[in-house]
Design a protein. Structure first.
Length: 314
């Protein structure tokens, strides 16, 4: 267990360092926003590019991996939605936000450095394959369900699925993560090699992606906090930290994924809720408190839950 803690704790200590940097006034919160932009638009895309370009897929199909992860997402999202609407009596829009908050893991800012430290290269390949579709699937699902709930509440005709897909798709084709994955796959398929000086530069930037992502996340936590919704946010946090990884682990074993791929999927599903839940709430103007509270609670408890899942995985 001590070895696991040595792997997991540095991830959350870096988040704590980021939070303290802003809390004690060493740097202002906007500096963290700028660092987050650098991580999202440059460092992590280069990390994904390098991982996919150098990956050895060994003929493995990505479909079982996707099915295993998104089966867990579907179960957890449904549980969060039903608990919010049936148990807590909230409206359908809050139900959608509860589902998003329960099932949207922070795979980029926490999952990548965590899997890199604990599972290694094979785990990074599995996570890169997941990230190729994770953001599109989750954002399309969240947007479609939220628009359905809003228009149903207002008694308006629903916007066609084609228009929603077009809007989300236009955003995704400009997404730096998608571009990094696509470029890495192109290099992988062609068998081309980068010139050594360029490869060294890419490697150096990619190597700082994990620490920079964690520190920038910690600096951003000051904007969230816990504001009301403690009961429902506690429920979504339990679903996020326990039900989602448990469902992903079960599906991974039923589909006979390798130990490394199973470990990567379970560990990244056990990390705190991603900021995308708050972004969806902000876009539609509802559920800010629920999304923010879930992010804060899951981040505060994340070191414990991730360590327990790492111990469970052996």
């Amino acid at each position: 267990m001590s070895e696991i803690l040595f792997d997991v704790l540095p991830v959350f200590i870096l988040i704590l360092i980021g939070w303290l940097i802003v809390r004690v006034g060493i740097l202002a919160a906007p500096v963290g926003d700028a660092l987050s932009e650098f991580v999202f638009k440059i460092a992590v895309p280069l990390l994904l590019f390098r991982t996919i370009a150098e990956a050895d897929f060994q003929g493995a199909s990505p479909f079982r991996l996707w099915i295993a992860y998104f089966s867990g997402v579907a179960i957890t999202w449904t549980a969060g939605h039903l608990a919010a609407t049936r148990l807590f009596g909230r409206e359908e829009r809050i139900g959608v936000l509860a589902g998003v908050s329960s099932a949207f893991a922070n795979n980029v800012f926490i999952g990548l450095p965590l899997v890199g430290r604990t599972v290694g290269g094979d785990g990074m390949v599995a996570l890169s394959i997941l990230l190729a579709v994770h953001l599109p699937v989750m954002m399309v699902a969240g947007t479609v369900l939220m628009e359905h709930a809003e228009r149903k509440r207002a008694g308006e005709h629903q916007r066609g699925i084609g228009l929603v897909l077009k809007q989300v798709g236009s955003n995704l084709v400009r997404n730096p993560l998608v571009l990094g994955l696509a470029a890495g796959m192109a290099l992988h398929l062609t068998g081309l090699k980068m010139p050594l000086p360029i490869d060294n530069v890419v490697e150096q930037i990619a190597d700082i992606a994990g620490p920079a992502a964690l520190i920038s996340l910690g600096m951003a936590l000051r904007k969230y906090g816990i504001s009301g919704n403690v009961g429902i946010a506690s429920m979504t946090s339990v679903l996020k930290l326990l039900l989602l990884p448990a469902s992903v682990w079960t599906a991974s074993h039923l589909l006979d994924l390798s130990d490394e791929w199973t470990a990567a999927l379970v560990l990244t599903s056990s990390v705190p809720t991603g900021v995308n839940a708050w972004l969806i709430a902000n876009r539609f103007g509802v559920g800010h408190g629920l999304a923010a509270s879930t992010i804060t609670i899951t981040t505060a408890l994340g070191a414990i839950s991730v360590s327990l899942w790492a111990y469970f995985l052996g």
